[in-house]
Ligand binder design. Structure first.
Ligand SMILES: *Cc1c(COP(=O)(O)O)cnc(C)c1O
Length: 354
């Protein structure tokens, strides 16, 4: 029996997407060949790449608005340096809201002046910093819209005319959002998009040619854009699987549809965390993520009772990241409300037993 998969990433994908990807590995659309043994320059794969680019921009509400969608390799981690390499001429501002933004800051420091405008490190990143000044002379302001490890999420964006850049690895395609506020955003696929091995970068065309340094071809957004994300061999399997997932999102009401379901699932788990005296939420209520719900036991010694219970309920991937401890329920697009209910039932059963 399939488990209730609360893994933070690589993470749950819709059953239909996994079936479709498995079928395409055997044979793609009755062409007598597998997806992973055809040329990326074939008509079949070109159509896949084009649809993936177009559908990404459509779902994000960015079609015809001067943006390009690129499918690159190297994960979100390579974007930590690629963003700075391509956009940081003098000075960039960063909001430090967790482990991933800390890493992004470290990489950007290699390319220019980096100002940490605000940080929530003082409280182990359990909130989203607000109310800081944003200098007007920044090349860009970098945010991490969803902090996968700590379970916090930007609900509103800081008001500024400075170009916004964001790491959206764990909440892209999860909710309606004004994506046109950003000049560039990126996301590793393995949280809410597809298998690992591909990274989506959405870039405004006006963001090319922003710096005076020479950029090596493989690290240049412009080179990848001019090559249609095929400057070199793209990761064909992750791109195809991601496309199947984008089609699934489109069939499920687009970002409005998945966003509504995600909000309902988040309310279900957070209501129980707040109601049940045996648990404590980790993140500040206003900043809680709809994708990763982090919580701890009121009494850590009770883990010996709770852990076997959720294991027996066929739940997988619930352990919190080592920097927070406790539990993290990642409830990405593909997670059903029924699976979240199984976890809530388990928490209630635990209360009765304890
Ligand atoms: C997982 C994650 C990353 C790291 O992604 P890689 O693809 O492993 O480099 C970066 N940022 C966020 C917000 C993440 O959730």
């Amino acid at each position: 029996m399939k488990k209730h998969n609360f893994s933070a990433g690589p993470a749950i994908l819709p059953h239909e997407v996994i079936e479709g990807a498995a079928q395409a590995v055997k044979e793609l659309d009755n062409i007598g060949l597998s997806l992973i043994e055809i040329s990326h320059r074939s008509a079949e794969f070109k159509a896949i790449m084009e649809e993936a680019c177009t559908l990404s921009l459509q779902l994000l509400g960015l079609e015809g608005k001067g943006y390009q969608a690129l499918f690159l390799q190297g994960g979100a981690s390579l974007q930590f340096l690629m963003t700075a390499y391509n956009l940081l001429e003098n000075k960039a501002g960063y909001v430090n809201s967790g482990t991933w933004s800390t890493k992004a800051i470290k990489e950007a420091n290699n390319f220019g002046e980096v100002v940490e405008l605000a940080s929530s490190k003082d409280q182990n990143f359990n909130y989203i910093p607000k109310g800081y000044d944003i200098p007007s002379d920044l090349d860009y302001l970098h945010l991490t819209t969803n902090n996968t490890i700590f379970g916090t999420q930007f609900k509103d964006l800081p008001k500024t005319d400075v170009p916004l850049v964001a790491d959206m690895s764990s909440d892209i395609f999860s909710r309606p959002f004004d994506y046109s506020k950003f000049d560039l955003f990126y996301a590793g696929a393995q949280k809410n998009m597809g298998p690992s091995g591909v990274t989506l970068v959405v870039i405004k065309e006006s963001s090319f040619n922003k710096v005076s340094r020479v950029i090596p071809s493989m690290l240049s957004y412009e080179v990848h854009a001019n090559g249609g994300s095929m400057f070199n061999t793209p990761p064909v399997f992750p791109v195809y699987t991601l496309l199947l997932n984008l089609r699934w999102i489109a069939q499920h009401g687009g970002l409005e549809g998945v966003g509504k379901r995600n909000a309902e699932k988040a309310a279900l788990i957070y209501d129980e965390i707040d109601r049940n005296p045996l648990f404590q939420g980790f993140a500040h209520q206003d900043d809680r993520s709809d994708m990763n719900a982090t919580f701890n036991l009121s009494d850590d010694a009770m883990a010996g009772v709770f852990d076997p219970m959720w294991n027996e309920a066929n739940i997988s991937g619930l352990k919190g990241h080592r920097s927070v401890g406790g539990y993290r329920a990642s409830i990405y697009n593909a997670m059903s409300k029924d699976s979240v209910q199984v976890l809530v039932d388990c928490m209630q059963e635990f209360e009765r037993k304890a």
